[in-house]
Design a protein around this ligand. Structure first.
Ligand code: MLT
Length: 394
């Protein structure tokens, strides 16, 4: 008889964002003015130059001379060249065969566990993007949690505990906290010392505007022997629906005489047939001069939204983290409410949807995540409604 993977029964009943969406949808049956600040899904359309590039690439697919079938393993060099040059502009040197184009960070940071034995232990911050936890559970990897809280400004540093796989997301989802070079160096030294690997999720790097924060773990000396970096076009170019990202696996990454870059190359060739040509062309365009200019405009739009929410919370004396160098505002639930309690209150009384902090881990209890990914007019209305929390408080 077929045997099933029993570890799935150790997962939480539902994926956090699905539960949130279901509650939102239920309330939407009664109200048509609900403002969704929950999942970090972009709302602005693709930039004009990216759309033009998609059309051009579609036309190429319509002609026998320019039609393309399977993508080369790991992605097209036209896109890898652009990504490599982006790194070079930050004085980081990587090779094209260290870049792997994928359909996004979520898939790659999950799939990378194929390369590591389930005998490993992982160190996961709490609170955290639930995908890291779920995929470790699916694989049977033992998890140790490291506390992120107000005492360490949601930026934990190595505390002497040893683990094989270390998850770091900076700027952080959900707390918005970001590591400086000095802080990240401590993690790199720790990983090299213990022969651990750092899975570095830089999906929100485009939101960094303050130079003191790292945009890539490869800014740190020694990182090429211990880190894998995951990046995405989802937030930087509005590609949540297009699906494109990339993973950088340095060739120096060798554990137990096995070269991780070679292993990932092999895994890619076996299990992944690549991102569609049209999407890769679109991603390439988002890194062109004009594409970057337009994407920057969209990023600034969302940054202004984050500022508006932050100012509103300040005006009613609600404590929060993030909102700068990050699309997420990590607020303390007012009135000492627990996070799901505040979720229900906000949804029913103010018709705003966010994400309860406890959904990201136990340390998220009494916190709540708001996203800045919405249209400015909606953010304005949401802020007016949030001000009412101040009336109730006083
Ligand atoms: C989030 O809201 O945490 C993210 O958008 C989810 C994701 O990227 O999968």
């Amino acid at each position: 008889m077929i045997k099933v993977e029993k570890r799935y029964s150790n997962l939480a009943n539902d994926f956090l964002f699905k539960t949130v969406a279901e509650k939102r949808n239920k309330m939407s049956e009664r109200f048509d003015d609900i403002i969704d600040l929950s999942i970090g899904d972009v709302k602005l359309p693709l930039s004009r130059s990216v759309v033009e590039k998609c059309k051009e690439a579609s036309d190429e697919m319509a002609k026998i001379e320019t039609f393309r079938g399977y993508s080369p393993n790991g992605g097209y060099s036209f896109l890898k060249d652009k990504i490599r040059k982006e790194y070079e502009s930050g004085n980081i040197s990587i090779n094209n065969d260290e870049i792997f184009i994928s359909d996004g960070t979520k898939s790659d940071i999950s799939n990378i566990l194929d390369l590591f034995s389930s005998d490993n232990t992982s160190l996961i911050p709490d609170p955290v993007y639930p995908v890291y936890v779920d995929t470790c559970i699916m694989k049977g990897i033992n998890i140790t949690y490291i506390d992120c809280n107000e005492d360490n400004n949601f930026l934990p540093l190595p505390d002497g505990r040893v683990a094989d796989i270390i998850y770091i997301c900076s700027p952080n989802n959900p707390t918005g906290a970001a590591y400086t070079k000095d802080e990240l160096s401590k993690w790199v030294d720790y990983a090299n010392y213990n022969k651990s690997v750092i899975l570095y999720d830089a999906a929100y790097e485009a939101f960094i505007s303050d130079e003191k924060y790292c945009r890539s773990i490869f800014e740190i000396e020694g990182s090429r022997t211990c880190a894998i970096e995951f990046k995405s076009f989802s937030k930087s170019a509005g590609f949540t629906g297009m699906r494109c990202g990339y993973t950088v696996v340095p060739k120096e990454l060798v554990f137990e005489d096995m070269n991780i870059n070679k292993m990932w190359t092999r895994r890619h060739a076996t299990k992944f047939n690549g991102v569609p040509y049209i999407i890769q062309r679109a991603a390439e365009e988002s890194l062109s001069y004009e594409g970057e200019r337009e994407c920057r405009k969209a990023l600034n739009y969302y940054r202004e939204n984050a500022k508006m929410i932050s100012k509103t919370l300040q005006s009613i004396s609600v404590k929060f983290f993030g909102g700068e160098n990050s699309p997420y505002i990590w607020m303390k639930c007012p009135f000492g409410m627990k996070s799901w309690e505040f979720f229900d209150y906000l949804l029913s009384e103010l018709r705003i949807v966010g994400v309860p902090g406890v959904g990201f881990g136990k340390n998220g209890e009494y916190f709540f995540r708001l996203s800045c990914f919405n249209l400015k007019d909606n953010i304005r209305v949401a802020c007016e409604r949030l001000k009412k929390l101040g009336d109730v408080k006083s």
